[in-house]
Design a binder for this molecule. Sequence first.
Ligand code: BDR
Ligand code: CA
Length: 307
Amino acid sequence: MKKLLLDCDPGIDDALALALAAGSPEIDLVGITTVGGNVNLDLTTANALALREFYRIDDVPVTPGSAQALLGAGVRAESVHGATGLGGVILPVPVNGVTDGHAVDFIIETLRSAPGEITLVAVGPLTNIALAVRREPRIVEWVRDFVIMGGSYTRGNHTPAAEFNIKADPEAAAIVFGAGWNVTMVGLDVTLTAVVTESILDQMRSLGRLADLVVPISQFYGVVEADGGPAIHDAVAVAHVIDPSLLKVLPAVVNVETVGTYTSGMTVTDFQLDGKVPNASVAVELDVDRFWKLVMEAYGRLAATIA
Ligand code: BDR
Ligand code: CA
């Protein structure tokens, strides 16, 4: 089993990524931390709490973190995820609340407690991670692997140059990429191929109670691409932890643009190392069929648990 700490901003695809983790016997989810991103921190935290109970992973602590980007005003994505962050779905009001303390401390203490054992996965703006690494630089040694959904070497989505999670806090992303660890960057280049097609949606319809969530949020999700469905970006980062063979990754030097008028939030990716030391493993190809097989098997297990 791999221990996983998920920093997220649920968020529709965050919810779908969490369902993947919850339904995967390969994953031991040791914590969920929240950050303001797709919607504000109060909502991302409320959604994480509601999802924890809906998925019956009640023993996983949820700890809220940063409400604002380090410097800029930040950006939100209500137009994509809905006013509450979960499309039109209203989950039962959760019984249990958050764990005391701040996500930044939770991340540091959790990694400190098990050096070399925990994979940190960040699928929202990188504010919590940047603050954690600034406050305790040794987390780069303690973490087993560090994986983000964010960035791209080919295109943006929030702007032509910038992917949402990086654009939402470019200074945090710059700190994180420069922290001295290897960042596995699962960016738009691959996540845009993880599309909920009609046939996937049909499979989701047979998931019983879980279908009441995953079908409408997938339908609501506004990231419609050429081949007809929304891409569930964040789930690809979690899938990579479960089965690293799903993604082809290449070493690269990634720098984050923070000042460009048109390019702020761009992840400038240099695959031509020529002796330079890479700071990232960049995903360049996803085995889409095997990805969906993995996801639907996990959803099937989760559906049986929460039936
Ligand atoms: C990323 O932005 C958010 O809207 C999604 O949750 C995902 O993490 C995709 O660019
Ligand atoms: Ca997200």
